[in-house]
Design a protein around this ligand. Structure first.
Ligand SMILES: NC(=O)c1ccc[n+]([C@@H]2O[C@H](COP(=O)([O-])OP(=O)(O)OC[C@H]3O[C@@H](n4cnc5c(N)ncnc54)[C@H](OP(=O)(O)O)[C@@H]3O)[C@@H](O)[C@H]2O)c1
Length: 287
């Protein structure tokens, strides 16, 4: 494995195993320079979303980097405001990104109406506006409901919270059997996390002479899970990409398995429609 390593999705499109996440990277110089730094240092995948309010900056960072568009894998996501009109949502994301396609378009959460929205994503993909489609924060029953609603495409990806405190092993195995690649969000444990200071992690990291962040990213990738760590700091963007020079032994993979406590920090996807509207991030348009 190296930074160019890719996994083949169930529609034949290949997707990098490691990318840069930009949730909470402020629209403007912060997100733009993080994207540029990542691409200049070998990253080839960027994960954004409408609700991150930084798609314009992501597009600018991509162009600043001078890396050819076709070599970069751009992911964005449909927010709930556009579940009634995914085409509008995607077209507006493309306008903000300054691109004529994205490499992956995801339903951000199983908001009400996700089944109907999915059928629209299938059309958008067949028209070439996105090269692959998937879901995020979907549990097994949500994926089954897609099928029951008449989906003819199996999602290429399910992006879920996944780190040493929340392994999602059952979901990952279920998805693997159906050729759905799992992408780990919050792979470092998320903002303000304690994963990286957990003595069980720091001890193993010392043993492998890597940082805790490198250890936990490598662990997920060795499980076949793609990762999208976020940082806006150049030194960490580089650190998080240097995960290819070591390999966890099977014994240490087993040690990692013992750390799981099914501790999800994000909302329960089953309750997302009950989440008070005022607690979602506010949409702020970029300049
Ligand atoms: N689909 C969804 O619903 C969903 C939800 C959440 C996230 N995501 C995606 O997943 C990406 C990653 O998740 P996340 O941003 O929530 O959490 P994360 O990547 O697990 O952690 C990010 C936090 O860790 C810090 N950090 C980064 N590298 C570090 C390092 N080497 N050592 C110590 N700290 C480090 C970052 O700070 P600095 O920036 O200051 O370095 C930031 O505070 C997001 O950016 C987004 O693209 C998707």
């Amino acid at each position: 494995m190296d930074l160019n390593s890719r996994v083949e999705l169930n529609n034949g499109v290949s997707m990098p195993l490691l990318g840069l996440g930009v949730f909470r990277a402020h629209g403007g110089e912060e997100a733009r320079s993080a994207v540029r730094t990542a691409l200049e240092n070998g990253y080839r995948m960027i994960d954004t979303a409408r609700i991150y309010c930084n798609e314009r900056s992501v597009g600018r960072g991509v162009r600043d980097s001078m890396v050819a568009r076709e070599d970069i894998f751009i992911i964005t996501k449909l927010w709930k405001d556009d579940f009634d009109n995914p085409r509008r949502g995607l077209e507006q994301s493309l306008e903000r990104l300054g691109m004529d396609y994205v490499d992956q378009f995801l339903l951000h959460w199983p908001f009400k109406g996700f089944e109907k929205a999915w059928l629209e994503l299938e059309k958008l993909c067949s028209e070439g506006l996105c090269r692959s489609i998937g879901v995020s924060n979907f549990k097994i029953h949500h994926l089954e409901e897609l099928k029951e609603a008449g989906a003819s495409v199996v999602p290429q990806v399910n992006q879920v919270e996944c780190h040493p405190y929340n392994h999602e092993t059952e979901l990952i195995n279920w998805c693997r059997r159906r050729n759905i690649v799992v992408q780990a969000y919050a792979p470092l444990g998320g903002v303000g996390n304690t994963v990286l200071s957990d003595p069980r992690i720091t001890t193993l990291a010392d043993y492998y002479k890597v940082t805790p962040a490198q250890l936990v990213l490598r662990w997920n990738m060795q499980r076949g899970v793609a990762v999208i760590p976020k940082s806006v700091r150049a030194e960490r963007i580089l650190e998080n990409s240097r995960v290819f020079g070591f390999e966890l032994s099977q014994d240490d993979m087993d040690v990692m398995s013992d750390i799981n406590s099914n501790l999800r920090r994000a909302y329960d996807p089953d309750k997302i429609d009950q989440r008070p509207a005022g607690t979602f991030p506010k949409i702020i348009e970029e300049d």
